[in-house]
Design a protein around this ligand. Structure first.
Ligand SMILES: [Zn+2]
Length: 73
């Protein structure tokens, strides 16, 4: 889901907002201003390097679940 982190330029509040339309205006939940800045999302970075995704790739070892298995593969 397109979840983004924003920071309000007016009251400096940080919040997360679900953005379905890139053109949509994001409103600060505290002061209701639309003067907000989108920050780098921490969610996508975490999920990209997750070890859970290794099993679905099909190349990981079935014995030890390591990506670079040289002992039992
Ligand atoms: Zn605000």
């Amino acid at each position: 889901m397109p979840m983004y982190e924003f920071r309000c330029n007016t009251c400096r509040k940080k919040f997360e907002e679900l953005v379905l339309n890139r053109e949509a205006r994001v409103q600060c939940p505290k002061c209701k201003k639309t003067n907000v800045t989108r920050l780098m999302s921490a969610f996508s970075v975490k999920s990209a390097g997750s070890s859970k995704g290794a099993a679905s790739s099909g190349k990981s070892c079935s014995g030890c679940r390591s990506k670079n298995c040289g002992s039992c593969g």
